[in-house]
Design a protein around this ligand. Structure first.
Ligand code: SF4
Length: 419
């Protein structure tokens, strides 16, 4: 979502005056640090980055801090780092043109409704379009700062989503990535209360767009994976067979403390359903290790889910207490050394699973959509189920979907030959 927010800011700024992106800090007239605050580390890094940019920037260049950390720290950022010219929250992206020229402007309202804002066009990759379908989150997971930084959930009107995808298809995109905190809760709330459309209906409508060949989405919530949605996922040929099912913990009691709304058994049931309806699908997940009160038995339950589902991809982290969250005040925070040891166990087991899954890919054939030129006359792309492929080739391959046979496997990617 932050990548798409950055694209929106670039597009809006270009409406005001022609900006050009530069990788060279000394050339920049404007430096925007678009931040995340889901974990503690990036927040700590923000102030050291501001210091580095301030020291090396061109004279008169402005620095703006945007995104979730901007939302939660607000004017505190300018107090701690007066070299920052403006602060713009994750839910105020459309105001970038206003704040860029106002010294020490702070726009961080989480009530601001930009769900119907028609952003100007800019895409970093013409072959793939990222499209927001909702803003904010109505859940209250006790570890998560997002509801405090991105505000209440609001869905973007479906006609605007369709219009945006149609525009992207006209300029070369065959694939769309639908973005939201809880995509499959789409339709929960619209600015216009008369609008009605759920996620399954949205997927059906999007798949009617001519020229669009692939639909991806992230992140769905396990709680909203009803049978109708999974049926659509499995049977709609335009929907890529890759699905993120964020676990967080395999322990039902910790899931309750996290306020996730499902049990270990519900979670496994949904994953089993996906495997039954769509055996070719890959399932990825998120896991938090060392949530307050996590016992060895709780952690073992997480290991059991990993061994049962055998996730093709797993994003796993040690719990970090975040401000504005309930869990930050929970007693029995787990010692860093204990969380670290558990994380190592979890990741080592997952590495074994990945190695087995990737080795089994040898000789398999996939349809790969190529979208990026790489060094040494190579091109990369993704299979329908989300695997990263590299082949020898040139720019003629970009924007093409081609059958590829796997000739070499590794943990993170596959090498192939065109058929
Ligand atoms: S569903 Fe939970 S983890 Fe996801 S953004 Fe909302 S509060 Fe955070």
């Amino acid at each position: 979502m932050n990548v798409r927010d950055s694209e929106h800011m670039i597009a809006e700024l270009n409406q005001k005056e022609p900006y050009e992106l530069t990788q060279n800090l000394k050339e920049a007239d404007l430096i925007i640090i678009n931040t995340c605050s889901v974990r503690e580390k990036p927040v700590a890094k923000l102030f050291s980055e501001i210091g580095v940019f301030n020291k090396h920037k061109k004279e008169g260049a402005k620095i703006g801090v945007t995104g979730c950390t901007a939302s939660h720290l607000g004017k505190e950022i300018i107090k701690r780092a007066p070299s920052v010219d403006f602060v713009l929250g994750a839910r105020n992206v459309s105001k970038i043109k206003d704040v860029v020229d106002k010294k020490h402007a702070v726009e961080i309202s989480t009530d601001f409704d930009e769900s119907s804002y028609d952003f100007a066009e800019y895409r970093s990759n013409p072959f793939k379009a990222m499209v927001n379908i909702s803003i904010g989150c109505d859940k209250a997971c006790t570890f998560c700062i997002v509801p405090a930084t991105r505000g209440d959930e609001i869905s973007i009107p479906s006609h605007l989503i369709i219009q945006e995808i149609e525009k992207a298809v006209l300029t070369g995109a065959k694939e769309v990535m639908l973005l939201g905190q809880n995509v499959n809760n789409y339709g929960r709330r619209f600015a216009d209360p008369k609008e009605k459309c759920d996620f399954t209906a949205l997927l059906q409508n999007i798949s009617l767009i001519e020229g669009l060949e692939r639909i991806r989405f992230t992140s769905p919530h396990p709680l909203h994976m009803d049978d109708a949605f999974l049926q659509e996922f499995a049977s709609n040929p335009k929907i890529c067979k890759q699905i993120h099912v964020p676990l967080q913990s395999g322990s039902t009691s910790l899931l309750k403390a996290m306020k996730r709304g499902y049990t270990k058994e519900n979670f496994i049931n949904r994953c089993d359903k996906i495997r039954a309806l769509c055996p070719e699908a890959t399932i990825s997940t998120d896991v938090i290790v060392g949530f307050p009160n996590e016992s060895e038995a709780d952690f073992d339950a997480t290991m059991e889910v990993l061994n049962h589902v055998r996730f093709e991809q797993m994003f796993s982290f040690k719990y970090s207490a975040r401000p504005h969250t309930e869990a930050a005040d929970f007693t029995n925070q787990i010692e860093n050394s204990v969380s670290g040891a558990r994380l190592t166990r979890l990741q080592s087991r997952h590495t074994e699973i990945i190695d087995e899954l990737m080795d089994a890919q040898m000789g398999k054939i996939h349809k790969v959509y190529f979208d990026e030129l790489k060094a040494n006359a190579r091109v990369s792309g993704r299979s329908d189920d989300g695997k990263l492929f590299f082949v020898e080739g040139s720019e003629e391959l970009l924007g093409q979907i081609v059958e590829v046979k796997v000739i070499k496997t590794s943990r993170g990617a596959l090498d192939g030959v065109l058929l």
